[in-house]
Design a protein around this ligand. Structure first.
Ligand SMILES: C[S@@+](CC[C@H](N)C(=O)[O-])C[C@H]1O[C@@H](n2cnc3c(N)ncnc32)[C@H](O)[C@@H]1O
Length: 188
């Protein structure tokens, strides 16, 4: 339910620059944390899976670094809305929005892969990424707070076992009503 509501809300927000600016503030501290945790650098190619209609994560990464950011979303309307926002902000050469699904995207050319909280089929997406991403790729996955887990697609213990030894949970250094931690995997 939260997932559907967020997607719906983002579509409404995407028509107003004022609301986009406010929504961006919600993501600011969170993405600052993630950039630090995943050590995102100017030379990185970053893939954001589940960018939404208002791709705040990508916008914040582009604000904080000179990394080339690719936003992926399975919802064609969200892709069109996100493309318009990126173009309006003059960020077309820094952020590319792609229509596609995290389960089948080719992840082999990215240094950092970011998986949004609302991404569905998280196990299939992660299994695919872990199998096909390059060595050294940093994979960052947003995790819901315990009491919110039932509203999201969650990572199974089988997947966690697969990456045991090269993944670590990080507490967020900021308040977020839905998220408690992010999981960082460094593919070996
Ligand atoms: C509502 S957004 C939230 C992301 C937020 N705007 C951000 O900047 O981090 C989540 C998006 O994930 C997309 N999504 C969900 N599962 C996906 C998958 N398996 N592959 C690609 N996109 C997915 C949805 O279509 C939705 O637009």
């Amino acid at each position: 339910m939260i997932i559907t509501w967020t997607s719906w809300m983002e579509k409404r927000i995407s028509f107003s620059q004022t609301l986009i600016n406010l929504y961006n503030k919600y993501y600011k501290r969170l993405v600052e944390n993630e950039v630090e945790i995943a050590d995102i650098r100017d030379e990185d190619r970053v893939l954001c899976i589940g960018g939404g209609s208002v791709p705040c994560t990508a916008l914040q990464i582009a604000r904080l670094t000179k990394a080339k950011v690719y936003v992926l979303d399975v919802d064609e309307e969200a892709v069109n809305r996100a493309r318009e926002i990126v173009e309006k902000l003059g960020l077309k050469d820094r952020i590319t929005v792609i229509w596609g699904s995290g389960e089948v995207v080719d992840p082999s050319d990215y240094d950092v892969i970011h998986v949004a909280l609302q991404v569905k089929s998280k196990n299939a997406v992660l299994e695919h990424i872990l199998k096909n991403s390059k060595r050294g790729a940093r994979i960052i996955v947003r995790k819901p707070k315990k009491r919110r887990r039932k509203f999201y697609s969650n990572i199974s213990s089988r997947i966690l076992n697969l990456c045991k030894g090269y993944c670590k949970n990080y507490n967020l250094n900021c308040y977020n009503p839905n998220m408690g931690e992010v999981l960082l995997m460094v593919k070996n």
